[in-house]
Design a protein around this ligand. Structure first.
Ligand code: C2E
Ligand code: MG
Ligand code: MG
Ligand code: MG
Length: 277
């Protein structure tokens, strides 16, 4: 193939491709044993209610402590886990571990778990959620599942059924990364989400970018009309926080409030004590 580039050109291309494929295969191989070797860990990031100033829930974020490479970010390994089907067992571990830990927390705190599109397609998600809740004793109302728009892209009918089944169990459903997909609005019509998480790419441009301001204002207005909760993701500065408050955004998540961490006990202390610390 690609004869015109000559033998060397082809070889170079071939070698590069080989390296990419090789890396992926290696990661897949390592992921396979990562669960058994207990290399996964959950970190939790707080979501703050801006009206009350209280932490209301924590998002569980998966961390892979690789024996040689240190922390590998989920942006790197989740796609590999999805392609290889390993997202099934890994996702199930995340669900159980998140529920297990949340069951020990003070009772108003909820836990949010990210669910990959592939976990939906298997159809066993409601059963896995039911089992996780039963095994850990977590109240279903304290569990929130975060899905992205792409979940509804494929096989919409089946996925809507899954969402409704989960909803009927008392579990909350949040739409993650809102505004980054192609038809965010149509999904809001298709399913009554409990919460919309405004993607951090919009928040990043606050408070000066007029387009970001207009879009977030439109989302918060619409959410209020629909009775949907809104969370702004990726809040890093006071100026962003002030802009969000001015637009009646009621909930926020980001480094300004707290970074994802393995331990969350500090948030249980009275606010005054935390401020002094
Ligand atoms: P996400 O669900 O949208 O999670 C938010 C991401 O933004 C997290 O990245 C979080 O650490 C990061 N973040 C939070 N606050 C800030 C901030 O103020 N500034 C900036 N720049 N970033 C902030 P993380 O932990 O690397 O996760 C990336 C993505 O990987 C997640 O995006 C989610 O889609 C996926 N993911 C993470 N854990 C899981 C999991 O257990 N299962 C599945 N299926 N996906 C997961
Ligand atoms: Mg999320
Ligand atoms: Mg997000
Ligand atoms: Mg994201």
């Amino acid at each position: 193939r690609v004869k015109s580039e000559g033998r060397n050109g082809w070889c170079f291309y071939h070698a590069e491709m080989d390296a990419v494929v090789q890396q992926r295969l290696e990661m897949e191989h390592e992921l396979r044993s990562a669960l058994a070797d207990q290399q996964f860990e959950l970190h939790f990031q707080p979501l703050l209610n801006l009206d009350s100033g209280e932490v209301v829930s924590f998002e569980a974020l998966l961390r892979w402590k690789h024996p040689h490479r240190g922390m590998v970010s989920p942006g790197e390994f989740i796609p590999v886990a999805e392609d290889s089907g390993l997202i099934g067992p890994i996702g199930d571990w995340v669900l159980r571990e998140a529920c297990r830990q949340a069951a020990q927390w003070p009772s108003p705190w909820r836990v949010a778990v990210n669910i990959s599109p592939l976990q939906f397609r298997h159809g066993s998600l409601p059963r896995l959620v039911k089992e996780a809740l039963k095994a850990t004793g977590l109240d279903p109302r304290r569990l929130e599942l975060e899905i992205t728009e792409s979940v509804l892209l494929a096989d919409e009918k089946h996925n809507l059924k899954v969402l409704n089944t989960l909803r009927d169990m008392g579990v909350r459903i949040a739409m993650d990364d809102f505004g980054t997909g192609y038809s965010s609005l149509s999904y809001l019509r298709a399913f009554p989400f409990d919460k919309i998480k405004i993607d951090q790419s919009f928040v990043r441009d606050l408070p000066h970018d007029q387009n970001a301001l207009s879009i977030i204002r439109a989302i918060t207005d619409m959410a209020e009309a629909l009775g949907v909760h809104i969370t702004a993701e990726g809040v890093e500065t006071e100026a962003q926080m002030d802009a969000l408050k001015a637009m009646n955004c009621r909930e926020a998540q980001g480094y300004l409030i707290g970074r994802p961490a393995a331990a969350i006990e500090a948030y249980a202390e009275p606010k005054a004590a935390r401020a002094r610390a």
